[in-house]
Design a protein around this ligand. Structure first.
Ligand SMILES: Cc1ncc(COP(=O)(O)O)c(C=O)c1O
Length: 388
């Protein structure tokens, strides 16, 4: 029997491939987005306590109630909104599952989904598995702004969903309230839902405030908004995220979630609930924490030929190597791994139709010593490539 793949062109994710290459070459991996430092010991202790207490059987399908209550309290404190923890919050296997479930809930065969490039890689496969098609609209460098007129031109009778990632990975940009206004105005009279990927909600720099779709009453009515404890608690391996949506949308999402993962690791949910009780503002220091790392890395790279691009949010930093004789970004990254012993992520694979570009994404969620060591290696390597 010949097996017919549903996603024949989708290989192992770029992040996995580059991390593997980094291991093979003994390179410092400041490409893939995972924090390389310990979690708060109180969170670890809470997990051990939950296991010892016997929280080891299936959690409720929708999520542990205490955790959902803590999430609602945190959303109220952050955005001044009232969310019903029972009817509007679902705990998922990371943000990734929430994204997948939301897409399956909304998209039917033949539907179109607007996605902005460069795009996080989980959106397109989810849309295609639902039988839909992504319409990918580029955010143009150097500022990666939304072109809402262009979005209007791409709205058709088949458009069902618009995916907005704010703060944006990999651009490190943040959407303004005006962007949300423009989006709301565009889809006001259309049967179009919104999927807001806000996993970096707390990582916005220079005194900015995150403009959540949840705080926009009109958009919130038609939105699935997705968050990740992996990002806020430096615990990506725990795979705990959640989705917030109005009750009817949540009911649809749960139809999928129920048969996808059913429920999420019980001791981890109890541990996070308990931790948020003792540290309700654990997220409050995240922006300053990452801003210091952004500033450290940017200062070390400025003038090296790997020029930092201003970053407004996320735990990434883009660098532009246009001053160097670097060639195509994917090849350049391979050289970086082999010759500089530093792994970074090229930007072109985040595009359906990549423009010629010389940008790389670095992850700043690393120990300061790692960032210094990576900067030393990158500076030395770039010095060898400088066009005289
Ligand atoms: C923009 C964006 N969305 C979603 C995710 C996935 O989050 P999780 O690890 O909680 O599944 C990531 C992880 O890197 C991300 O960068």
């Amino acid at each position: 029997m010949r097996f017919r793949s549903k996603l024949p062109d989708i290989g192992t994710t770029l992040f996995t491939v580059i991390s593997r290459r980094a291991l093979e070459e003994g390179a410092l991996n400041i490409g893939q987005g995972f924090p390389a430092y310990p979690i708060d010991p109180r969170l670890g202790a809470a997990q051990q306590a939950a296991v010892a207490e016997g929280r080891n059987q299936y959690a409720p399908m929708e999520g542990v109630v205490e955790l959902r209550e803590r999430i609602a309290a945190r959303l109220a404190a952050s955005y001044g909104i009232s969310i019903d923890p029972l009817a509007e919050i679902t705990v998922t296997c990371g943000a990734t599952e929430a994204l997948y479930d939301a897409v399956q809930a909304v998209v039917s065969p033949g539907d179109e989904v607007i996605v902005f490039d460069p795009a996080y890689d989980a959106y397109e496969p989810a849309v295609r598995l639902a039988g839909g098609r992504c319409v990918r609209i580029p955010l143009a460098p150097p500022h990666f702004r939304y072109d809402w007129e262009r979005v209007r031109d791409h709205l058709t009778g088949r458009t069902r969903l618009i995916v907005i990632n704010n703060p944006q990975n990999p651009c490190c940009t943040v959407a303004a309230r005006d962007d949300l206004q423009a989006l709301a105005a565009l889809i006001r009279d259309l049967p179009v839902s919104v999927l807001a990927d806000e996993v970096y909600e707390h990582v916005v720099f220079d005194g900015r405030r995150h403009a959540s779709v949840l705080a926009h009453p009109e958009l919130r009515e038609r939105a699935y908004v997705v968050f990740s404890f992996g990002k806020t608690l430096h615990a990506t391996g725990w795979r705990v995220g959640y989705c917030v949506a109005p009750a009817p949308l949540t009911a649809e999402l749960r139809r999928i979630h129920q048969f996808n993962t059913f429920s999420i690791a019980a001791p981890l949910q109890h541990a996070i609930a308990r931790y948020l009780e003792v540290a309700p503002d654990a997220h409050a220091g995240l922006a300053a924490f990452f801003q210091a790392k952004r500033d450290l890395l940017a200062a070390r790279l400025r003038g090296s030929g790997l020029e930092p691009v201003p970053a407004a949010g996320t735990y990434f930093q883009l660098v532009d190597y246009r001053a160097l004789d670097g060639g195509v970004d994917v090849d350049f990254v391979d050289r970086l791994i082999r010759e500089a012993k530093v792994a970074a992520i090229p930007l072109s694979p985040f595009y359906a139709d990549p423009p010629g570009m010389t940008l790389l994404r670095l992850c700043i969620a690393k120990q300061d010593a790692t960032l210094h060591a990576a900067a030393d290696r990158l500076r030395d390597f770039a010095a060898r490539l400088q066009v005289p």
